[in-house]
Design a protein. Structure first.
Length: 148
């Protein structure tokens, strides 16, 4: 089994361009993006699963999607409204699911292999489940939030 990661990056693509997003990842030395969106779709050009994976591959960054670590619709709706209490409640229930626990272990193993960034939409990590995920499952890893 891989060692625990020392650092895990996070990044949101809200209000950014693909060029700035990729540059932020490259500056930090990120070699893998771990997509923790329940639905890896986006209205922002280039940020849906297939096209995002292609853009990342062009600059030598791996892509993995861990769907079970995403937020259910009720949690996404709460996040959009700034209702952090409901987001926390919904996401805690999600993380308790066996498939989420299994994918959390995969996430840590992947992040231990090479510098990795958790991806979601929200620019501000304080309003995103990726912060809740790392608080619950990140162990002693240092969290670095990238803002493109």
């Amino acid at each position: 089994m891989a060692d625990a990661p020392r650092t895990i990056y996070t990044i949101g693509y809200e209000a950014t361009t693909m060029a700035d997003f990729l540059a932020a990842l490259q500056r930090a030395g990120v070699e893998r993006v771990i997509d923790v969106r329940a639905l890896p779709l986006s209205r922002r050009p280039g940020f849906s699963k297939s096209s995002l994976a292609a853009h990342l591959a062009e600059v030598g960054i791996d892509y993995r999607h861990l769907k079970a670590l995403g937020t259910p619709k009720r949690g996404r709706d709460a996040a959009k409204k700034g209702d952090v209490a409901t987001l926390r409640e919904v996401y805690a229930d999600q993380l308790a699911l066996p498939e989420a626990q299994a994918q959390a272990a995969i996430l840590l193993a992947l992040a231990a292999e090479k510098p990795s960034a958790l991806l979601c939409y929200e620019r501000d990590p304080c309003h995103c489940h990726r912060t809740l995920l790392l608080q619950a499952e990140g162990g002693a890893a240092k969290v670095v939030d990238l803002i493109p």
